[in-house]
Write a protein that binds this ligand. Structure first.
Ligand SMILES: N[C@@H](CCC(=O)N[C@@H](CSC=O)C(=O)NCC(=O)O)C(=O)O
Length: 284
């Protein structure tokens, strides 16, 4: 057994499993939630990965994102992973809310001491799915989608753009779209890669990646006009859309600016159904 099931919770006719496992890439025990829709009792189901934002664990969205509502109707499993390794005893890992614990940024750190376990890219793309598919054969490894919020939206976009054959759908809520040009991204990339590693920074910047994507795009992005982090220039969705349009001339990026919505889970839960339905279009 790879996973220990800590709790099983009935949700929208399916089951939310609270799991933990020892992960090699992050060098620690990782907790996550896995939602199995009712259809998982009768056969394989597609899988949607939801990547959370800064300060979150796998619990925020499972408890208040309302993804299970549509996932149950569509017959899609949802994986809610954690956002960083925890308890690695690295000096400074708990000093700020936007770096270190709860802020792994879905990259593999190349700078000491973060190389000790800040490998969230490998964990999300390789180790976690492989472990889930081996222990839960009901999950259809050939039908994967990815979505996320804020830092997790950055994770969803970059992971999709780097692995378009692995994921069939991608969407994001208020994603950090151009981290090399915003304060959150610059702090994280300086810490995890080093200040002088500009090529490495670009490898994890959705706006840079989309310039060389070279395929038709189909992405749904929602951003609230009342989102303070958007207003502060942390998200920069317009930079991403402009780069996508210039690169493909036929950008399939649907950017919806949602009037008055903020950055919170009130915003995410309002549009969760749309994102699950978006995934269903490509996964089912
Ligand atoms: N502590 C911070 C605010 C942190 C915050 O808003 N986190 C967001 C994600 S931000 C981008 O990745 C979040 O999802 N929080 C969890 C929640 O349940 O709302 C501050 O003081 O500003």
């Amino acid at each position: 057994m790879i996973f220990e099931t800590v709790a099983t919770i009935a949700s929208f006719g399916g089951r939310l499993l609270k799991l933990k496992h020892a992960a090699k890439s992050t060098n620690c025990e990782m907790a996550l939630n896995l939602y199995l829709p009712p259809q998982a009792s009768n056969g394989k189901v597609p899988v949607l990965f939801y990547l959370s934002g800064l300060t979150c664990s796998g619990d925020n969205c499972a408890e208040k994102g309302f993804f299970q509502h549509s996932a149950s109707r569509e017959g899609i499993a949802v994986v809610y992973p954690d956002t960083s390794p925890r308890g690695l005893q690295i000096e400074g890992e708990d000093d700020s809310w936007d770096f270190g614990t709860g802020a792994g940024f879905y990259v593999n750190a190349t700078k000491e001491p973060w190389t000790k376990g800040y490998n969230m890219y490998s964990y999300i793309v390789d180790e976690l799915p492989e472990a889930l598919f081996s222990e839960f054969p009901v999950l259809d490894s050939s039908s994967l989608g990815i979505t996320g919020h804020s830092m997790g939206g950055h994770g969803a976009l970059t992971i999709y753009l780097k692995n378009p054959d692995k994921y069939k759908s991608c969407s994001a809520f208020a994603p950090i779209c151009n981290p090399i040009n915003c304060a959150w991204g610059q702090k994280a990339f300086k810490g995890y890669f080093g200040e002088d590693q500009q090529d490495k920074w670009k490898e994890h910047d959705a706006t840079e990646l989309v310039k060389n994507f070279g395929r038709p795009l189909a992405l749904l992005i929602d951003v609230g006009t009342g989102d303070n982090f958007y207003k502060q220039g942390q998200l920069l969705p317009e930079n991403f859309v402009k780069a996508a349009e210039e690169a493909t001339h036929l950008s399939g990026v649907t950017l919806r600016m949602q009037p008055d919505y903020d950055h919170s889970y009130y915003f995410i839960s309002t549009f969760a159904d749309d994102h699950v339905k978006w995934a269903a279009k490509y996964l089912l």
